[in-house]
Every structure is written in structure tokens, then in C-alpha cells.
Write a protein that binds this ligand. Sequence first.
Ligand code: SF4
Length: 320
Amino acid sequence: MTIDTKGMLPESARAADHFGIAYGLGVDSTAVLVELVRRQLRPDFILFADVGSEKEGTYQFLPVIQEFLAAAGFPPVTVVRYEPVRSPYTTIEGNMTMNATLPGAVFNRGSCTVKWKIAPQEKWVRQHRHLYPGRIVKAIGFDAGEGYRRLRANDKVHAAANDRYVYWYPLQDWGWDRNACKAAIRNAGLPVPPKSACFFCANMKPNEVMDLSADERGRIVRMEMRAEPYNRKVEGLWRRRRVHDGRPGSVTEYMLRHGIPFTAPDDLEPMPLNPACAKATQGFTFRPPHRRVSLTEMVAAQRRYEDAGHRQLIQGLLAL
Ligand code: SF4
């Protein structure tokens, strides 16, 4: 069976039996969907792996794209999730915070993506083998400026998967960069969704920290504080201090330095350590921090100052 009626797919993919989309609910993969609708190349399925820790705006875009796909006669987005067998967490944030660790991306490993995004999609495909037997073309929305991501994914993740898939990177074939993707989405009459990523992703840029809510920033602080005693090679989510601009390796330290507000970890919905995690059962084996003062001490000092300042303000108002 040939699925490519319009000659869009690369030669290697044309003999595949089925066509699926790995959808991230972000700018790039939304642009892929929009263009496929325009060219009327209908996939068999569209999968979104929900890690439970995307930004709020990303989740708000799901009903928008579902409506667009329905109007085009395309299949809806199917949401898949990693299902823990015994662990108490249900999100990637819980995985990190409850196990006092940081995402694999921090250590230049794709383990967070493999466990929370790729594996749930492959499981779904295995469970639906009766509907989609044979080889599958899987379209992935890395834009034309992200060749490094494609290579990295090929090398470390996808190549290791299995030969049931033929991977297709349409945006790179079309030469679309991020701006071209945004233009295509607007031309289709849709709002541009936020960049899709976990709100604590190691690849986040400093300006993206400001786009997060105070609670999301507080959850980043909690994650970094929990993991700090075990970090031997990194200072935090941003790995190590950068020489050329002095950006710290910890997002918490960056926020403290720039006075960026965040919800105090104690005021967040509790997320206790995983009792099955060796770190939790053995207690903290604290190693000297990478800085003279640990993140926990820095955050506590900032809170003390805030509390003192707040008290002064209240007392001043009462004295009026
Ligand atoms: S967005 Fe970042 S932290 Fe989340 S799974 Fe992907 S690489 Fe890992």
C-alpha cells in the first residue's frame, strides 16, 4: 500500500503502510498539521504524549487544534501518558521532585523524552497493531533550524527504537524555520501556541522564565533544592555557570539574583519524596554544595528578608 498520494514523503517513507504524527502541541508540530490539512494528506493517527508538566497555554491549545482537525476531517489528537506501575508520581515533575533528581536533558541524555514521550506513543502503536500493521511513517516536527535535534534524536533515541518506523521531518524538507511555522499557523486562522516543553526544561532560555507563573517558578525552585545535595556535576537545571555571560547553572540562583518572584516551596501543594526511592529511605547524604551557600539557604535567606520587609510594612500601616 502506498500512502503518499501527493509525492510529499521522502523516498524512504513511500512504501510504508500507515502514517502517524508525533504531535507536541507546540509551534513546530502544529505547523506540520496545518500544512498537511492544506495539502489534504491525512494521517492515520495523531499522538500527543502528555507529561503532565507542560505550560498552561499548551494545554489550552488542545481544544483549539481538536476543533481545527475535526473541521478538516482529520483524526483527533489522541493523548497518551506514561503509566507508572508502582511509583507514586503521575507526571514528569513528580518523577523528578519525588526522586530528588533532575531531567535527563540536564545531563545531555534523552531519558526524560524516552520515558515520558516516546515510550507511551510506541506503546499505543503496539496496542493498536491490529489497526496499523506493517511499517509506519512517523512525522516529527523539528524545524529547519533544529538539525541538531534531529541528529541527536536519531542517534540516541529513534535509531534505538525499532525498524517499524520510518521517520520523516517535514519542516526540514520544506525548509521552514520557526517564523515560517508561526506564519503558516496564523494563515490557517489559528492562534500561535506557546513553545511546547516542560516548564522546567533544561533548554529553557532566561526570557522564558518570566513567562512562567509564580507557582511554576516555585516548583522549579523545589525541584532544584531537592536535587542539589546529589548533584555532583551540575549546579541545577541549567547545568553549570556559563563563562561568557555568567549565567548560573541554577534557575533558582538566576531568579534570586534578578529578583524574579516565585511561590515559596513550602506554600506549594506538597510533593513528598518517593518512599521507594533510595534517597528518601536513606535520608539526605548531603555533599558540600557547588557554591558557598546552598540553594536552600539562599531561598530561606530571601524569605527571611521578605518576611521582615512585610512585617515592617504592616507595622508602618498600623502606625498610621
Ligand atoms: S521538554 Fe525538556 S525536560 Fe521535558 S521531556 Fe523534553 S527534554 Fe525532558
